[in-house]
Structure formats: structure tokens, C-alpha cells
Design a protein around this ligand. Structure first.
Ligand code: GLU
Length: 381
């Protein structure tokens, strides 16, 4: 599976032009009018922009709006405050939300993906979700993701789609995350209360003072406020992902963001995307098995930053499942890398030494091309 990545040499707004894999979070506010009702002209305008964005890029949408649409369909005056009430509204509204996306994003194929917090907390489920999303993206499908509100109760909730979108951007190793909302970015004070508040074009570090100034939830209809958006921006920039917070109601915003114009607030990445992840793999995980690989595969991984393919594996030791950490050694027994296995030990035994074209016949299903993906590999000194 080859994944185009953004040009890492560019920085700032310029780098957004080269972003290939993009997550766009659309808040309830960007889909509704001032009274919290679904606003079809906004929605269709946004969908048109998403369609243009998806040309030549891989697009993942994180869409709120299920609860708001459910409230409307059930004829309620306000969003319920109790959990079962919100869950019921989400259940009613989610299918309407998807129908709206399905129609508005034609001719693209869309897929509904509903996640709960436990799907990304558990390493195995995290990788399963990632594999499924990769396949959808490979097939040219636009995943439309929301929290699985109907089964999410407080303890297992993301709580708001800003947080969910940040986790999704990390999950798919996006080049950029755009959070669309009802404000055109970050200000040095709340612009609703302080008319003289100054707009901030670029942020290189999300500070405690910024978080404190951002305060709590913003509005009646949505769940997050500037604080959850800032936290998400802080999280993804730590992972090396660029983030923009911009106004969803302003027509043409997405196109302008990806043309590198000074629209919305840009949060610059704080590390290379993989550094944090690789440090965790190298230092925090105990290996459950070992893959002994040939010299060609060792050099490809060690010197050319490649994924480990089944063809390079000579022997599989230990018992491990998909997502478990494994050591990579060469024939001399020297451990040179650690990574997360994309298959369990039993499958890898069947695949050892096999070419990519033989994977399907060996397993009886079309699996991944990699035994350990390069994003899941940390080199050891
Ligand atoms: N998942 C909720 C919904 O679709 C939205 C959460 C949020 O507003 O951030 O209605």
C-alpha cells in the first residue's frame, strides 16, 4: 500500500498546498443556522468544497450533526441534557446525516465509520480501525466519521468531535487536519465578548495561557468550544500534523486554506510526525516475538526507511497477535528494529518468504502488503 505524503521540506501555509491526506472536521455549527437547525445551503456549499478538495487528495471527513438532526426530526425544542436523550437523538439523526452526505458528495462513494474511545485506546482495535480506514481510502472512498454516540456513555466517550478528529488524524497519519467551526480561528481573547480581540494567523506552540483564554464549550448546538479545538491542535502538532482552525460558514474557506492563503489559524507541527510514535514503540513496548529477516530486508528497513514485507522474513518466533510489538533481527541475532506486527504469528508463518502477489493465496484473503508498516517501525541503535 503506497501512501503519498506531503512534501516535508515545505513549511507553514506553503506546506498545506502539498498536503495529500487531509482530515476535515465539520462541526454542528458549520451545518446549522443560528437557531441550531440544519441549513441545507451551508451543507451543500461545504460538500461542494469537499468534492473539489478530494480531487487529487485523500479526504476523511469527521462530521458532527447527528444530535442536531435528531433533535429536529423528533420535533424537540432543545438538545436533551440527559445521556439517553442525547443517544436517542444521535441514533435518529445519524442516518439522516449520512443520507445527506451520501447525496451531497456524489459521485464519490462515502462510508459511515462510527468510533468509540475504546476503539482507539486498545492497540489491536486501533490497528484494526486503521487498516479498515486505509482500505477505504485506497478504494477512493470518503470515510465520514462520527462518534458512535448511541453506545458511548461518559466513561468511554471522546465527548466532542474536535477530540475525535484529532485522534482520527493521528490514526491515519494525515498531513493536515482542518477544524471548521463558527469562528475564523484563534483570537487573543474571546471575540464574542471582546470586539477588539486580535486574530492570530500562526501558532507554533499551544500554551497553557492560550488554553485558559479559550475557556469552555462555545455554543448550544455543538459540544466542543475553542478549548477542545486547541487541545486537538496541540495533540496533532505533537504528532507532526499541521492543523488549521477556520470558519465553516465562509464560502471558499477550504480551497483557500489548501491554496496556502492566510485563512484561519495555522498550527505548525512541533516534531516530525513519526518521532513521537516511534519513541513509544521503541521504548514503551515489550516485544512478544521476533521476526528474523534476510540482509536485503534489514537494509531496506534500516537504511531506506522501508516497511518490512513478508518476502524478507526468514523465520517467525514467539506467539503474538496483530498489533503486538515484535523485534526484527537479522541472521546474526542482532535486534535492529522494533515494530507492530500487521499480522499475527500464525499468519506470518504462512507468509514468510512469500511475495506480495502470493499473500492472498497463502492466507485465503487479501491481506496487507506489509508485515510491519514503516510508520509502525522504530530503529534501535
Ligand atoms: N457526535 C455529536 C453529533 O454528531 C457531535 C459532537 C460535537 O458536537 O462535537 O451530533
Amino acid at each position: 500500500m503506497l501512501r503519498p505524503v506531503g512534501d516535508r521540506l515545505r513549511t507553514g501555509r506553503d506546506a498545506l498546498k502539498a498536503a495529500r491526506r487531509v482530515v476535515v472536521k465539520i462541526g454542528t455549527n458549520a451545518l446549522t443556522n443560528a437557531t441550531g437547525r440544519f441549513h441545507r445551503p451551508h451543507f451543500e456549499g461545504l460538500a461542494g468544497e469537499l468534492l473539489s478538495l478530494a480531487e487529487g487528495r485523500q479526504l476523511i471527513v469527521v462530521s458532527s450533526g447527528a444530535i442536531a438532526l435528531g433533535v429536529e426530526r423528533l420535533g424537540l425544542k432543545d438538545k436533551p441534557k440527559d445521556m439517553p436523550g442525547k443517544q436517542a437523538c444521535a441514533a435518529v439523526g445519524q442516518s439522516r446525516l449520512m443520507r445527506a452526505w451520501e447525496e451531497a458528495l456524489q459521485p464519490r462513494v462515502v462510508a459511515q465509520v462510527l468510533l468509540t474511545h475504546s476503539d482507539v485506546q486498545d492497540r489491536r482495535r486501533y490497528l484494526n480501525a486503521r487498516h479498515a480506514l486505509e482500505r477505504l481510502i485506497d478504494e477512493g472512498v470518503v470515510p465520514v466519521i462520527n462518534e458512535n454516540d448511541t453506545v458511548s456513555v461518559d466513561e468511554i466517550k471522546f465527548g466532542d468531535n474536535d477530540t475525535l478528529a484529532g485522534l482520527v488524524a493521528g490514526l491515519v497519519s494525515a498531513d493536515a487536519l482542518v477544524i471548521l467551526s463558527d469562528v475564523d480561528g484563534l483570537y487573543d481573547a474571546d471575540p464574542r465578548k471582546h470586539p477588539g480581540a486580535k486574530w492570530i494567523s500562526e501558532v507554533h506552540e499551544v500554551t497553557r495561557a492560550m488554553l485558559a483564554a479559550a475557556g469552555g464549550a462555545g455554543s448550544q448546538v455543538g459540544t466542543g468550544g475553542m478549548a477542545t479545538k486547541l487541545k486537538s491542535a496541540a495533540r496533532v502538532t505533537e504528532l507532526g500534523i499541521r492543523c488549521v482552525i477556520a470558519k465553516g460558514h465562509a464560502p471558499g474557506t477550504l480551497g483557500r486554506v489548501f491554496a496556502g492563503e492566510a485563512v484561519g489559524t495555522l498550527f505548525e507541527p512541533r516534531s516530525t510526525r513519526l518521532d513521537a510514535r516511534r519513541a513509544w514503540i521503541a521504548h514503551a513496548l515489550k516485544p512478544k516475538g521476533t521476526l528474523v529477516v534476510d540482509a536485503g530486508a534489514r537494509d531496506a528497513v534500516r537504511q531506506r526507511n522501508k516497511s518490512l514485507l513478508p518476502s524478507g522474513i526468514q523465520r517467525v518466533e514467539g506467539s503474538f497477535a496483530l498489533g503486538d510489538p515484535v523485534d526484527l533481527t537479522d541472521a546474526s541475532g542482532e535486534v535492529f528494529a522494533r515494530g507492530l506486527a500487521a499480522y499475527g504469528a500464525e499468519e506470518l508463518k504462512k507468509l514468510a518468504g512469500k511475495k506480495t502477489s502470493q499473500i492472498e493465496a497463502a492466507l485465503g484473503y487479501r491481506g496487507l502488503d506489509e508485515a510491519v508498516h514503516k510508520d509502525d517501525l522504530a530503529l534501535l541503535d
